[in-house]
Design a protein around this ligand. Sequence first.
Ligand code: SF4
Length: 90
Amino acid sequence: MKKIKAKKNRNSKKVAVINQNQCDKSPFCPVKRVCPVGAIVPLNEGETQKKKSIFGFLIPKGYKVDEEKCTGCGVCVTSCPMQAVSIAKA
Ligand code: SF4
C-alpha cells in the first residue's frame, strides 16, 4: 500500500501588514511591544534616531513588519488602537 504524503503549501504563510495611512506612528506603539518575536520594526531606523520630540522620545516615521520573523499569530491585530494592522498572505 502506497503512503500519500501531505504536500506543504508554501504560499500559505500569513504575515501582518501595516496600513501606513491609518498608523499614527506613535513612539509608544503597543503593536511593537506585544509582538512576541519582535517583527515590528521602525521605518528608516537610522533617520528615526535623529528626530526627537520635545519630551525626548524618538519619533518613528512609521513601522513595518519583518516578514522573516513574523509568524502570523495575529496578536498585533487586536492590540492596535488605530486598527492599522491586518493579516494577509505573504
Ligand atoms: S502577527 Fe504575530 S508575529 Fe507577526 S507581527 Fe503580529 S504579533 Fe508579531
